[in-house]
Design a protein around this ligand. Structure first.
Ligand SMILES: Cc1cc2nc3c(=O)[nH]c(=O)nc-3n(C[C@H](O)[C@H](O)[C@H](O)COP(=O)(O)OP(=O)(O)OC[C@H]3O[C@@H](n4cnc5c(N)ncnc54)[C@H](O)[C@@H]3O)c2cc1C
Length: 405
């Protein structure tokens, strides 16, 4: 067992740190204020090799490990703790990987190099207005009409549609749709790569409107309605009606990376908090000398260590499983990903609230920047890529057993 980052991983991490300190850290508040959009930094992220780290070099990726992707997402979150930039990168770690694993060659050759260069975005269109947790009951459907598939239905809270429409190639999302009967539940679900803009041209057959988010600005999320979007046969991912399991693989990977983002944001909060409590003097002493403050710091620090190890382990398991190590199953990947998200996301939220108290009244003002981190982390706290109870459900089902849970 090895607890230090060495060799190639260390060289990679140092280069990521240098890049984010130079390109992202000076801009994160501008991104959060809407003065910069993710599409303004996407090309630089691509050039630095941070998009699609686990993608094959055949498609412009880095042939990298999920562990490296987790390290990169953590550093991106340290540089942009409002989380817009790391979320862009983490989504591009998970969902294009699903396209690589299950897509047809011609689709991969066309789309993935554009993703890796930061010229296209591939997100996930899963959640529906009636709920996001129960994927097997989704109603959005794909219908075969005249030799092509057409998508009909509504997807709520889809991140990155506006971003894709602003990028030079475009992109869209991996769409979870029904191709079987409703009573077939998860056995009637298929996945399509639904491109909303392709080769620079916006497509017909959908409408989209942004929601007004409370945080994580720079990477908008909104309401996507499919009213006949045409999807050619080659954009089917995997087998017809075999999409449910594939979608779960994408969520497992995304959750591991979300854990990494939450760890990076928590590190930022604790570092800024530590500087503050050491220098803020009240009643003639630095507030760090009061155990009400320093013990809370110790507690959050210990939880950060645990969450960080859980994230690295989840990425490490994903690397083993997806590279064919039969000692690990997809259940291991799912349990580890859910654990990473379950530990790391509430920690980021609770750390933000605690650090805000250390800053006192100053925390209430945008200029202190801590509240931006709280609002960014809340996106995952309330549910993005799976609500907290669903993480518990996954772990309980996998460990306690489906017969009980
Ligand atoms: C900022 C942001 C970005 C997002 N981006 C995307 C995106 O790109 N693509 C996408 O498809 N979706 C996205 N989402 C949506 C997200 O995936 C959903 O919010 C999430 O899956 C939960 O679905 P829901 O909000 O409909 O809650 P529901 O499914 O309605 O659940 C409501 C509550 O009930 C609880 N609950 C449900 N079932 C159970 C159970 N069996 N046991 C106990 N409790 C249960 C849940 O934990 C939750 O607290 C995003 C959300 C946010 C906030």
């Amino acid at each position: 067992m090895e607890f230090s980052i060495t060799g190639e991983d260390k060289i990679f991490l140092d280069s990521v740190k240098a890049f984010v300190e130079r390109e992202i850290a000076p801009r994160w508040v501008d991104i959060d204020e809407g003065r910069w959009a993710i599409e303004d930094v996407a090309a630089a992220l691509g050039k630095a090799g941070l998009i699609g780290i686990p993608l094959s070099s055949r498609y412009g990726g880095q042939d990298g490990a999920f562990l490296q992707a987790a390290l990169a997402v953590e550093e991106l979150a340290y540089a942009d703790p409002s989380l817009a930039t790391p979320v862009y990168v983490l989504l591009e770690t998970a969902w294009p990987f699903v396209v690589q694993r299950y897509g047809r060659d011609e689709v991969k050759e066309e789309v993935l190099p554009e993703v890796a260069k930061g010229r296209a975005f591939v997100g996930i269109a899963s959640t529906e207005p009636q709920g996001g947790s129960d994927v097997a009951s989704f109603q959005t459907k794909a219908v075969r009409e005249g030799g092509v598939w057409r998508l009909y239905g509504e997807k709520n809270m889809v991140t990155g549609v506006a971003t894709a429409l602003n990028l030079p190639y475009g992109g869209g999302a991996v769409a979870i749709v029904r191709t079987g009967r409703p009573e077939d539940k998860h056995r009637g679900i298929s996945l399509f790569l639904a491109l909303l803009k392709r080769r620079g041209i916006k497509r017909e057959g959908f409408t989209y409107r942004d929601w007004g988010e409370i945080g994580r600005h720079g990477l908008p999320t909104g309401y996507l309605t499919f009213n006949g979007l045409e999807v050619e046969e080659q954009f089917l991912l995997g087998e017809l009606n075999g999409g449910f399991k594939i979608a779960m693989e994408g969520f497992d990977l995304a959750r591991t990376m979300i854990g990494a983002a939450a760890v990076g944001a928590t590190r930022w909060l604790l570092d800024r908090g530590l500087e503050w409590i050491r220098q803020r003097t009240v009643f003639g002493r630095p507030i760090a000398s009061y155990q009400a403050i320093s013990f809370k710091f110790a507690e959050l620090y210990a939880r950060l260590e645990a969450a960080r190890l859980a994230v690295y382990k989840a990425a490490w398991i994903a690397d083993r499983f997806f590279r064919g190590d039969t000692a690990f199953t997809i259940k291991d990947v799912a349990t580890a990903g859910a654990t990473a998200k379950l530990l790391a996301v509430p920690l980021a939220v609770e750390t933000a609230l605690e650090v805000m108290k250390w800053f006192g009244g100053a925390a209430y003002f945008k200029e202190t920047n801590v509240a931006r981190v709280l609002l960014g982390a809340l996106s995952y706290y309330v549910g993005a890529e799976g609500a907290e109870n669903i993480m518990k459900l996954i772990i309980a089902r996998n460990i306690v057993g489906k017969d009980y849970v």
